[in-house]
Design a protein around this ligand. Sequence first.
Ligand SMILES: *Cc1c(COP(=O)(O)O)cnc(C)c1O
Length: 362
Amino acid sequence: MKHNRIFNFNAGPAVLPLPVLEEVQESFLNFKGCGMSITEISHRSKWFDDIINDAVERTKRILNLGDRYEVLFMQGGASMQFALIPMNFLGDGQSADYVNTGTWSTSAIKEAKIQKKTIQVVASSEDKNFSYIPKNIRFTPGAAYVHITSNNTIKGTQWASFPDTSNVPIITDMSSDIMSRPINMENVGLIYAGAQKNIGPAGVCMVIVRKDLLKTVPDSLPTMFKYTTHSTKNSMYNTPPCFAIYVIQLVLKWLEETIGGLNQMEEINNRKAKLLYDFFDSGSFYKGTAEPDSRSRMNVTFRLPSEDLEKKFVAEATSNGFGGLKGHRSVGGCRASIYNATPAEAVPALIDFMKTFEKTNG
Ligand SMILES: *Cc1c(COP(=O)(O)O)cnc(C)c1O
């Protein structure tokens, strides 16, 4: 393949669009004729201002956000958001609902509890090893927010659509499926996403927050922990992760101009995922771990008949140019992460390899 690249199925940091990487390489030593690299210029310069503003504008356009939301770039990853959300949006006397659909939801719940905040875990799929997305959930009327993990990177499940929370703002961790499909923003109060899964390199977290929520942020919080600090300063209260934001801007440009936006992206993603799931369903050697109506279009988790075969599979896949197929260390098994940037030809190539492996080991 071009540049000797492999088929990269890593869960995160993960594959990026090749044209984006080529543009980064091309402009790395001399950005737009300024005689310096993007990593060598001030974040207060016009060059960087143009980058961050373009990234914000593209995000608003792609997700059809209008003027109700602010788009922020923050540090500390999605993990920092777990703590900041209750800190900023869950005051004394208030309660928030959490749905537990796996490892990352569990971490979000833990961070609210550490702060002694009042939360209700209103639904959980822990009874079946987080292999499904709970249905018919009764949310608490008047809750400050409902927290859900849109796509469960480790367990391989995804909300088909956001639940009806009757006007309670939804706060959602979209680290591994942001920009993968159009979403209904009607009740969405806040979206956060560590960039390193689907929109960029590690080091930055995208936050999309509804402006009315910002009015409730307590003054008493440390400056860096307040969303309002970042929103009033266009994400530049302190030095932002300039390089990571630059790559995100290029990824968004690729998504808008080369792919054509989220409808097209969703179609491509659905097609890639369907190939794999149909392949699992047509035999019995590879078994998907998620219940069919909860299957993720981004992280396809599966098992082979034994752990020894899984080890052998991952090793042989690696030596055949298919990387990152080992499941998360906490769950074992296998996982093919097929993000926006996974080229269409990667999936049929993987399936061909899987068929051959099954023939010689089944
Ligand atoms: C990877 C991931 C996280 C953790 O992200 P960090 O940026 O490493 O903190 C949180 N939630 C989800 C859904 C993830 O996929």
